[in-house]
Design a protein around this ligand. Structure first.
Ligand code: NAD
Length: 338
């Protein structure tokens, strides 16, 4: 029996998390879910977006399955997602993006993984205002790229490529302009690449990468990059296969691992019962793989792909004429698992 911290999340979170739990149970994996609050739900109940009990639970279980959390824009509290990444050293954000049969997208043969450094760069949280005089105020944000952090994520990407039998790692940077931060990341990447002669290595500037990903996404295999570029590129990659509703992400760290859908709490469709549970269910499959339940992971993934390919029990984001909701799509996936 695996013990896992469960955070249902905000907005559409509880409904898609519920769907994913049912699918994991249908795959026959027994899990003791330790339900905890975070985000708006925790603010409402405990006046704290990240209660100590939640942190303690993750510390004990070292595994967390998390629905999306609402983060106030501008003021309010700091992103709980960013705090969790830093608290548990969740340094590698891994997002596989593989085309689904049966979706209406520009490409049908995308198969890439973005691996984003999750704790450093411009998201290190070192931001402040500078008062120059009464009139002028500047805002400053500091990007921190460390040698240790870069080595860790780049090595992770190569090890991942080897294990997943992928052929190429592309390091994405902006070292032509950001000569120190991106420059260091690239320099370390070139060194580490020499230790993996079996994996092809190249590097690309981030703006050119965007163009190439849109024009020829099939030319990418594993992408490794710094925090901000990774955030943007991984959403771009999700768009190539049909959007955020289909993409799952793992946050792997030294102290814990956290699995989630890559999309947010979707306040525009919360309480309508129509959120696509795919991303959350696939996050569950990634978690099953992480804990060694490989057969269950494969069965879940195959069932999801089959239901989407058939197109009958899919949510309206995949088929605008569909009247199928979150729970019904999850039931169809459970039925395929058998
Ligand atoms: P969002 O991902 O919540 O929504 C963007 C669009 O995609 C919306 O139109 C939404 O309806 C649609 N969408 C998202 N998930 C869907 C699904 N499963 N099925 C069908 N449609 C789906 O992004 P947003 O509106 O920019 O953010 C809303 C809130 O979520 C914000 O507070 C933001 O900070 C937070 N957020 C949290 C996470 C996280 O917890 N990991 C990630 C991103 C955003």
């Amino acid at each position: 029996m695996h013990s896992i911290t469960l955070i249902p999340g905000d907005g559409i979170g509880p409904s898609i998390v519920d769907a994913a739990i049912k699918v994991i149970a249908a795959a026959g994996v027994e899990i003791a879910w330790d339900r905890q609050l975070a985000g708006m739900a925790a603010v409402e109940k405990h006046a704290n977006p990240l209660p100590d009990a939640t942190l303690e639970s993750i510390r004990n279980n070292r595994l967390c399955f998390k629905g999306p959390l609402t983060t106030p824009v501008g003021g309010g509290y700091r992103s709980v997602n960013v705090t969790l990444r830093q608290a548990f050293n969740l340094y590698a954000n891994v997002r596989p993006v593989i085309s689904f049969e049966g979706t209406d997208t520009m490409y049908d043969n995308v198969n890439l993984v973005t691996i984003r450094e999750n704790t450093e760069g411009l998201y290190a949280g070192i931001e402040h205002f500078i008062k120059v005089d009464a009139e002028k105020i500047a805002a400053e944000s500091i990007a921190v790229i460390t040698k240790v952090g870069s080595e860790r994520i780049i090595r992770y990407a190569f090890e991942y490529a080897r294990k997943a039998q992928r052929k190429k790692v592309t390091l994405v940077h902006k070292a032509n302009i950001l000569k120190c931060t991106s420059g260091l990341f690239l320099e370390i990447g070139r060194e580490i690449a020499k230790e993996y002669p079996d994996i092809e290595f190249d590097d690309k500037i981030v703006d050119a990468t965007c163009m190439h990903m849109v024009m020829k996404p099939q030319s990418f295999d594993v992408i490794v990059t710094t925090n901000l570029f990774g955030d943007i590129l991984s959403d771009l990659a999700a768009g190539l296969i049909g959007g955020l509703g289909l993409t799952a992400g793992a946050n792997i760290g030294t102290d814990a691992a956290l699995f989630e859908a890559v999309h947010g709490s979707a306040p525009d469709i919360a309480d309508k019962g129509i959120a696509n549970p795919t991303a959350m269910i696939l996050a569950g499959a990634m978690m099953m793989e992480h804990i060694g339940e490989l057969a269950a992971a494969r069965r879940i993934e195959q069932a999801v792909r089959e239901v989407i390919r058939e197109g009958k029990y899919v949510t309206p984001d995949l088929n605008p004429e569909s009247t199928c909701g979150t729970a019904q799509m999850a039931e169809a996936i459970c039925a395929k698992i058998g």
